[in-house]
Design a protein around this ligand. Sequence first.
Ligand SMILES: [Zn+2]
Length: 101
Amino acid sequence: MARIGPQEGPNGSRFSRLGTRHTPSRPLWICRVDAAPWPCAEARLWLTRTHRENPVALYVLLGAALAEAMTDLYRLDAYGAPEPRILFDRFLGWTPARRPT
Ligand SMILES: [Zn+2]
């Protein structure tokens, strides 16, 4: 599986290749533009807009980002890192609800 990380692009994120400057700065997972916890409000808007036709891809992308953020943040500070539930809400809790098919 591809990693989301500094090794993947000149700006430190594969998100930088996709058309927004609001990309995560690792290992802190804060926005490179506004320093808000990533995905910031602008990143959420951009992600929603660009995945409107394929929300499953959005969930996969954010799920991978969540797993990597947990690894990074717990590696930085195992006792001070956000609880998994908080990170789940931050990365996936805001996404549009999936409609039953
Ligand atoms: Zn931002």
